[in-house]
Design a protein around this ligand. Structure first.
Ligand code: C2O
Ligand code: CU
Ligand code: CU
Length: 500
């Protein structure tokens, strides 16, 4: 929220001279905010400090259908030192990557060796409500939770991470996350680059100190989301990898708490977008840069044969507009690809990737609009707890005992996320379903290449209003939907729908 909005709201408009000290005191008494660190209200970008791209990129170990994930305090080597982190396996930031075929049953035991409760949400998997890592479904410290479900959905890149309310941001930031890749026959038939030519990339920003990954958001950082100064990819700080001069398939997850990236290559290479959150697109779309928000995934093809042997190409994030006060203000490099080997052989990008039925807007039986513009300016929605400056949806904060939306099985609905009056980006995520993005008005005004096909998270920038159509099937139960800026989510920007 912008300072002037707060001043307007509180009656401290132009002319009122307030020192930051007295404003802070005023805010604490006025808002009764549970977080006691109102100092200034301006959100500032956290600038990235690049490393020297000398650490070899690693790949998370792989896991199959029967697996124990032990959430634990461990250490990882970051910036040359072993520092305390959280992990699902020893000595690593990320958990193992699952590779599962469509139709397989999985049996995954979470052994929670943390000193606090946790759980696992399978982000992008359609699983029964009680297996979904709802914030009510927890493994206590020292306890376990067994996840059993059948993977019955098309190929795609999903991921897993903790979801204990008010603790998700810290547990993810300090290291708990992993990939979940589903394969199916439709995808296999395309003969996309595979094996060493298929590279999963989990992009995250961290605050790396000599004593661990710092996580202590101030009020401003709850507002903007918590961002780090260091980029890690697959848990490695400032990495590089060697590639052959040929096509590669990059499977990209933005696993950051809050940071949005505008991905591009330093040699201005074509980015051939073939998939997103929900798997392959119908047809590929070629772009030079593409935004990816926390929780979103991208499946892209890159042709390194346009570069000469010995050349170095960087995956970068370029500046972008419309991201509010704290996002898109800097261009920086994420990782390095060193083209080291010549290969012969050809690969042609398939003209058609996948069959996707477009869901007509006219099939919707109901439209629900969610006001996500602001913490305090509630635009007519009553706030359920006075004047606290918090992130809300329709003026409400998360309450696991309250069902916010009742949805009927086997119906299509249009959900509208309205950030028209907002000044922060909100990547909105629904559990339990995939949706199609119908349109975006205001702000960027258009859909981007990765917003065709099936999505579970959609970025709604300041000034934007995004409509999605959701086919609710018959996976009954209580599910959450929320902003995937994890500080916003933990702050309460999460509601629940009951499908019955
Ligand atoms: Cu990845 Cu409820 O989120
Ligand atoms: Cu999810
Ligand atoms: Cu948000």
């Amino acid at each position: 929220m912008k300072r002037r909005n707060f001043l307007k709201m509180s009656g401290l408009g132009a002319g009122a001279v307030v020192t930051s000290g007295s404003l802070a005191g005023f805010l604490v008494s006025f808002s009764g905010c549970k977080k006691e660190h109102h100092r200034g209200l301006m959100t500032e970008p956290v600038m990235i400090t690049e490393g020297d791209f000398s650490k070899l990129l690693s790949f998370p170990s792989s896991a199959g259908a029967n697996q124990t994930l032990t959430a634990q305090a461990t250490t990882a080597n970051l910036k040359g030192a072993n520092i305390p982190v959280l992990g699902y396996q020893p000595n690593s930031l990320l958990g193992p990557s699952f590779r599962i075929n469509k139709g397989d049953a999985v049996n995954i035991l979470l052994q929670n060796n943390l000193s606090e409760h946790s759980n696992i949400h399978w982000h992008g998997l359609k699983v029964p409500a009680l297996m979904d890592g709802h914030p009510d479904q927890l493994a206590n410290a020292g306890g376990t939770f067994r996840y059993q479900f059948t993977v019955n959905q098309r190929a795609g890149l999903s991921w897993y991470h903790p979801h204990p309310h008010e603790m998700t941001g810290r547990q993810v930031f300090q290291g708990l996350a992993g990939l979940f890749i589903i394969n199916d026959a439709e995808e296999t038939a395309l003969n996309l680059p595979s094996g060493q030519y298929e590279i999963p990339l989990v992009i995250q920003d961290k605050r790396i100190t000599g004593t661990g990954i710092a996580y202590n958001p101030s009020m401003e950082e709850v507002m903007a989301g918590y961002m780090g100064e260091s980029i890690v990819v697959n848990g490695a700080y400032s990495p590089y990898t060697e590639v052959a001069a040929r096509y590669y398939r990059l499977r990209i997850l933005n696993g950051s708490n809050a940071r949005v990236y505008n991905l591009a290559f330093s040699n201005n290479a074509d980015i051939i977008v073939i998939g997103n959150d929900g798997g392959l697109l119908k047809n590929s779309v070629t772009v030079k840069e593409i935004l990816i928000a926390p929780g979103e995934r991208l499946d892209v093809l890159i042709n390194f044969s346009t570069a000469s042997i010995g050349s170095e190409i960087f995956l970068t994030s370029k500046e972008f507009g419309n991201g509010g006060d704290a996002q898109g203000k800097q261009s920086f490099r994420i990782m390095k690809f060193k083209v080291t080997t010549a290969v012969t052989g050809t690969f042609t990008v398939p003209a058609n990737l996948s069959a996707i039925n477009t869901i007509a807007a006219s099939s919707a039986v109901k439209t629900r609009t969610f006001e996500i513009s602001n913490a305090m300016e509630h635009h007519g929605y009553p706030m359920n707890d006075g004047m606290q400056m918090r992130h809300r949806i329709n003026g409400k904060l998360f309450d696991s005992k309250r069902i916010d939306e009742n949805v009927s099985v086997n119906t299509n609905e249009i959900w509208v996320f309205d950030n028209s009056n907002g000044d922060e980006p909100h990547p909105m995520h629904l559990h339990g379903v995939f949706f199609q993005v119908l349109d975006r008005t205001g702000g960027r005004g258009n859909l981007i290449a990765s917003e065709n096909g099936w999505k579970d998270t959609v970025l709604v920038m300041p000034g934007e209003r995004v409509r999605v159509i959701v086919p609710f099937e018959n996976n009954t139960g209580k599910f959450v939907f929320h902003c995937h800026n994890l500080e916003h989510e933990d702050d309460g920007m999460m509601l629940q729908y009951q499908l019955s």
